[in-house]
Design a protein. Structure first.
Length: 663
């Protein structure tokens, strides 16, 4: 029996939780990596973790976003409906449903991907290359698929070549066939890709149904989210506001302080999507819109058209988006004002062709399905989602809407393990990472057992493939992987990160683009994910024999606090130098506060400092001085500790404290 199928007797209670439920205030966060069909790893792992923790922060990208959305929905039902586990039961059974037969000759997983008529030929070619064991077999299947999918060009080329051969010009016929066949098919493929796939949102499938009585990806996902949340199709779509307010007054618990001005989020679902027009990731839900008349306005305002959204989402979700758009609400207010005989300004927004633009619903009313679908738009397979934005750098009269295509979140961050991290943890943030298996690895799931392990680099062994064409393909794939995952791969190895990331290893033919996986493979991957969750639970959730907190959780908090101290200690000399009065060619901090608190315009009126709405008050100036003194004292204490006390934790790799904008 393989190691991954063996669970020790001491862990039997972990893998067979029965009806056990965690305390109301015992939380964890969970982040899941993207990987298209590799997402079948997650459902049973999530279900098992749910017996030991309540999920507070849940995040993911691509396939991880699907798992995150259904997890959040299941947690919502548990909090709202007296501890109901129906949502988690749905997750537990999901791998079996995905492996079942949807229609004769086609399994459920593959049937979710339904190409549009214009992209059906290209999709048929793709399907023929699935589950092939070698590069040569994939290339052969690709060639065969092209001949079959573009059969008119194939037949016509053969007929013309045969006609020429009848005149005795066999060599000319052969040359014609060799040239005409790939040329005619190539032109057709080029047109299908550059015209029809581009017109289909740069994807083969837009997620909506094309086959009668067969679920397509987006409606199926909407149904899964609603069922997991304990909602019906006739109910309002699950929104982020539903999640934030789940359980009413039970969150936050008495021992947890929510900072002033921060909105309470009982369930904090976040997922990445990549705005290709802006060249950066966005985390949904977006930040709450600013209120009042502040001159500092955020630029995260996106718009949509009802007609376009109807191509990508079920009608009930589109209707919700339209009804809860701030634009629609503003128009209703205007009509009511006009009905009362009051004047109201018309704020209709439109593109050049006159199509009405609607602003996206505010985060509280933002459908979970919309964010999930924006995150899982895997390039060229699943269509990107079109939204619009105005260019704030242009003057009011010259502004126009530019289309922003939102594609797969994994393009920018495929494993955002940092999503819910504070400087020190109050509960664990678990990660489930997907990686290729390498020959010689005994366990196909791995959690570093001790601090000294787990920071070895990941490997892409493309140079060891036997075929040159395989090495070339691997080289290209490795370039894309490095561009996409370098940040995630680096962060994952850090102390305080690697010890909470369960690594699930996938063999050739498991997950990824294998849309037509056999039921046995799906079940194997689901059980492998469950085994990885067992490792996390054993390390973090099972108390020690003495009744103390689990050793892994205590070690994790100790390591993370050391990380914080090491990062601050590394910055301490710079802080001392920067805020002292000896910083050459720079105004001292005390003089800076005096300068900006007394700055005036030409008329002698006090002016606000940079970043301020109003002039600085004397109390604010005194607060600055107090903070500088405290920072200086802390930095000096840390320097003294470094010089006089053997405070020497050795984190490998070494962490750095950095400043960056929110995503």
């Amino acid at each position: 029996m393989s190691a991954e199928n063996i669970v020790g007797a001491t862990r039997e209670k972990v893998s067979t939780p029965g009806s056990s439920e965690p305390p109301d205030d015992r939380f964890c966060d969970l982040v899941m990596k993207g990987g298209i069909t590799s997402g079948v790893v997650y459902p049973r792992a999530i279900s098992l973790l749910s017996h030991h923790y309540r999920f507070r922060g849940i995040g993911g990208t691509s396939a991880g976003a699907i798992a995150a959305a259904i997890t959040a929905a299941a947690e919502y039902q548990r909090r709202e409906k007296n501890g109901s586990r129906k949502g988690f039961d749905l997750l537990e059974n999901l791998p079996g449903r995905l492996g079942s037969e949807a229609k004769k000759g086609k399994r459920k997983l593959l049937s979710l991907f339904q190409p549009q008529p214009s992209t059906r030929r290209l999709f048929a070619v793709l399907v023929r290359t699935l589950n092939k064991g070698s590069t040569k077999s994939r290339w052969f299947s690709l060639f065969k698929g092209l001949l079959i999918a573009y059969w008119p060009a194939t037949v016509l080329s053969i007929i013309v070549a045969w006609a020429i051969a009848q005149s005795g010009a066999w060599f000319a016929a052969f040359l014609l066939l060799v040239i005409a066949l790939p040329l005619s098919i190539g032109i057709w493929v080029y047109l299908d890709i550059t015209e029809k796939m581009v017109a289909n949102g740069f994807g083969l499938c837009n997620g909506m149904p094309e086959e009668k009585d067969v679920d397509a990806l987006t409606p199926w996902l909407h149904d899964m989210i609603q069922k997991a949340a304990g909602l019906g199709k006739e109910d309002d779509p699950l929104t982020f506001g539903h999640l934030w307010n789940a359980g009413g007054e039970k969150f936050p618990p008495y021992w947890l302080t929510i900072p002033k001005g921060v909105k309470k989020r009982a369930i904090d679902l976040q997922m990445f999507s990549t705005n290709l027009a802006h060249g950066r990731p966005y985390v949904f839900p977006l930040a709450e819109p600013e209120t009042g008349e502040s001159r500092f306005k955020g630029h995260e305002r996106f718009y949509f058209t009802e007609a376009e959204m109807g191509q990508y989402f079920p009608p009930e979700v589109v209707k919700w988006m339209v009804d809860h758009s701030p634009t629609t609400i503003e128009r209703k207010k205007r009509k009511e004002s006009l009905a009362r005989g009051e004047e109201a300004e018309e704020k209709t927004l439109s593109v050049e062709d006159g199509t009405d633009m609607l602003e996206l619903p505010e985060p509280e009313h933002f459908p979970v399905l919309l964010a999930t679908r924006m995150s899982l738009a895997f390039p060229f397979l699943i269509s990107a989602i079109p939204l619009y934005a105005l260019d704030p750098d242009l003057s009011q009269g010259k502004r126009k809407f530019h289309r922003c295509w939102f594609s797969d979140g994994g393009i920018s961050s495929n494993f955002p393990i940092h999503l819910f991290d504070g400087l020190a943890p109050i509960w664990p943030t678990f990660g489930i990472h997907l990686e290729p298996a390498i020959d010689g690895q005994k366990k196909l799931f791995y959690l570093p057992p001790i601090y000294d392990e787990g920071y070895a680099e990941s490997w892409s062994l493309f140079a060891e493939k036997p075929e040159p064409v395989g090495r070339l393909g691997g080289f290209i794939s490795a370039i894309v992987n490095a561009m996409q995952n370098w940040n995630d791969n680096t962060v994952r190895l850090m102390p305080g990160f690697r010890d909470r990331v369960a690594r699930v290893r996938l063999k050739e033919g498991e997950g990824g683009m294998n849309l037509d996986m056999k039921p046995g493979i799906i079940d194997t991957l689901a059980e492998r994910g469950k085994a990885a969750a067992e490792e996390l639970i054993q390390r973090y959730a099972i108390p020690s024999p003495e009744g103390e907190e689990a050793l892994g959780w205590d070690e994790h908090r100790f390591v993370r606090f050391n990380n914080l101290l090491v990062m601050m200690k590394a910055r301490a000399p710079g802080i001392v130098d920067a805020i002292s009065n000896n910083c050459k060619y720079a105004t001292s901090m005390e003089d800076l506060f005096e300068k900006f608190s007394c700055a005036t315009d030409e008329s002698g009126k006090l002016t606000p400092p940079p970043g301020y709405e109003e002039p600085m008050t004397p109390n604010e100036k005194d607060a600055y001085k107090t903070l500088v003194a405290a920072l200086n004292a802390l930095a000096e204490v840390m320097l003294k500790i470094d010089n006089n006390i053997p405070f020497k934790p050795i984190p490998k790799p070494n962490p750095e404290l950095r400043v960056r904008p929110p995503l």
